[in-house]
Write a protein that binds this ligand. Sequence first.
Ligand SMILES: NC(=O)c1ccc[n+]([C@@H]2O[C@H](COP(=O)([O-])OP(=O)(O)OC[C@H]3O[C@@H](n4cnc5c(N)ncnc54)[C@H](O)[C@@H]3O)[C@@H](O)[C@H]2O)c1
Length: 375
Amino acid sequence: MFERSVVVGDEPIPYYYGFGCADDLVNALAAELKNADAGLLIADRAVAPFAEDILGRLAESMTMHVYFLDAEERNKTLGAVQSVIDFAVDRRLTRDSFFLAMGGGLTGNIAGLAASLIYRGVRFAHLPTTSVAAFDSVLSLKQAVNLPRGKNLCGCYARPTAIACDLGWLTTAPRSGLVNGLAEMVKNVLIATPEHETLLLRSLSQLGEEAAPDALLSLMHIGIDAKEPLLRADPKERREALIFEYGHTAGHSIEFVSQGVICHGEAVAWGMLVAAEVSRSLGYLDEAEVAHHREIVAHLGLPDPRSRLGGLDFARLRQVLAADNKRGYVQCAPDEVPMVLLKGVAEPVLAVSGHPLVAVPLDTVMTALSTVAAL
Ligand SMILES: NC(=O)c1ccc[n+]([C@@H]2O[C@H](COP(=O)([O-])OP(=O)(O)OC[C@H]3O[C@@H](n4cnc5c(N)ncnc54)[C@H](O)[C@@H]3O)[C@@H](O)[C@H]2O)c1
C-alpha cells in the first residue's frame, strides 16, 4: 500500500492506495477514525461486494451500518442527501460517528454533503471506485448535488479525514467507464501538467481490455501531481484552481441534459473540444492547438461526437449553460457564461481580477457546441 499526504490549503489529507490492499486500507482507516462511536458506509449498489467486504472487516472492531444508493445522475439531489441523513439519525449515529463514501464521484458528493450537514458535520472518508473519483473528484473539497435548473448548484466545502482506494475496485467498471473517466486526466495535462502527456498516453494504451495495475498506479500519481499544487494554494478552487473547471461549462450542461447517459468524463471531453472551438473563435487558440485537443481526446476512444451530441435538446443545453455555477466570479451578462479558456497549453486566459475565466456570449458557446456535434 502507498500513502501520499495530499496538502489541501495548509492541511494534509492522507491518501492510502494500492492494488489488492483492502486489509491495509481497513487498518489505516480504523487508525484515522479511531474513537468514533459508529460508522455509516454509504455505498453505490454497483460495488456491493466490495462494500460488504470492507464492512465485514471494519465491523470486527466497531459498530457499522450500511446504506446503499443507486448512483444515477438524476438521483443526485438534496432528497438523496436527506435520505442518508434520515437513515443515520434513525440508527442513532451521533456527532462522534463517521461516514464512509464508497463509489464514484456521485456517491462521494452525496455522502460528503450529508456528512457536512448532519449535526453540522461529522468526519468522513472517501473510498473511490471509479477513475473519475480516484484520480480526480476525491482530490477536492467541493461537494454538491443538482437542482432542477442545473448541475451542482447546491453544495458546500467538506474536508475528508482520509481517502482510501484499492485500485482493484476500479477494474469492475466497464472499460468504457474506466477510459471515459480519464478525460479529467487529459484535462489536467492540457491545463497544468503538459510534461505528463507522454506518460498519460502510454498508461491509456496499457489499459487495454484489462486494467493493468502499473497503468492505474501511474494514473494515480499523475492525478495527484496535477491537482496538489493548485489545491495547496487555492483549497476552495475559487481562484487559480478554477482552471480545473476546464471543459466543465459545456460538459456539465451535456451531462445534465443527457440525464447522465453521457457520463461526467465523456461530457468533459466534449466540453474541452467546445472550449477549444470557443477559444479559436475568440482568437486565443490556432488551428494546430484545436487539432491537438482533438488528437489527445481521441486517445480516450470515445464514440463519434455526432452520435452522442447530435440528439441532445440544444435549447435545454442553452438554459443549463445560462445557470452555470461559476457565475459571480467575474462580471457576466445574462446572455454570457463564464468559461475557462486556454491561449496555449497550460496557459489560461485571465480576467482582470486574475480568475482564469472569460465571459463568453452564449451564442458563441452554442455555435461551438454545434461544431463539435457535427465532427
Ligand atoms: N470536485 C468534485 O466534487 C467532482 C469532480 C468530478 C466529478 N464530480 C461528480 O462526480 C460524478 C461523476 O463521477 P463518476 O464518473 O465516478 O460517476 P458515478 O459515481 O455516477 O458512477 C458512474 C457509474 O459507475 C458505477 N460504478 C461505480 N463504481 C463502479 C465499479 N467499481 N464497477 C462497476 N460500476 C461502478 C455507478 O453505479 C454508476 O452507474 C458527477 O456527478 C460529477 O459531478 C465531482
